[in-house]
Design a protein around this ligand. Structure first.
Ligand SMILES: [Zn+2]
Length: 54
């Protein structure tokens, strides 16, 4: 599966996330932003930036 970070547009390394599912919160290993998985179609994962209010 692959995901392009909506913030930095880099490919996010998903190897640390097994059984990735919609609703999971992951972290972009490039820019460190927190992402919420909102769609998985085949091998393509979509995610949105989570506003942590920091
Ligand atoms: Zn990123």
């Amino acid at each position: 599966m692959h995901l392009n970070c909506p913030e930095c547009q880099n490919e996010v390394n998903l190897s640390a996330y097994v059984n990735l599912a919609v609703g999971n919160v992951i972290e972009c290993d490039v820019c460190g932003i927190t992402l919420l998985v909102n769609d998985i179609k085949g091998e393509t994962v979509s995610a949105e930036v989570v506003d942590e209010g920091k």
